[in-house]
Structures are given as structure tokens and as C-alpha cells.
Ligand binder design. Sequence first.
Ligand SMILES: [Zn+2]
Length: 90
Amino acid sequence: MPQSEDKMYTPEEFEQAIGQKPSMLSGGRLHGFREGWALVGFGKAHHFTRCEDDISLAETKCGLFARVKGLFGAGSWDKCKRCQRKVDGG
Ligand SMILES: [Zn+2]
């Protein structure tokens, strides 16, 4: 079997990274993340923007913070309505 060069989180590492237990994962790890829809492994997808003063963190449009390395691609996941409204310019 070929070995992937991408480091994959074990469930334990993932739990440490985001401080909560993972439930379901979606579109995979994000690389070079700046802004966009992402999951932190559970709940709804939020629209994150990477913080300029601490690039290990990203802030959502609805005011949450998460560690960038804990973010996963949102795929077709349900989106946070509060983030969606701000992205739409409301
Ligand atoms: Zn949100």
C-alpha cells in the first residue's frame, strides 16, 4: 500500500487540536487556508476568516473562533444561517 505524505490526525490528535470530540468529517484538511466555509468536525459549516494577528486562529462571521489546523472542508454540509446572511451582504 502506498503511504500518504499528508499527515492524518488520529482521533486523539484531532480531539486535542479542536478541544472536542470529532463527530463526522467532510471534505478533508484545508491547506493554506485564508477564508471560506469550513467545519470544525461537528455541527454546521461556518464562514471563517483567518485572524491577522494570530494566524493559528480563524474567526467566523458569526463570532466564533477555531484553530485553523482543526478546520475541514465544508463539502455540502449545512451552513450556519448567521454566517450565510453576512456573506450574502445582509
Ligand atoms: Zn456561523
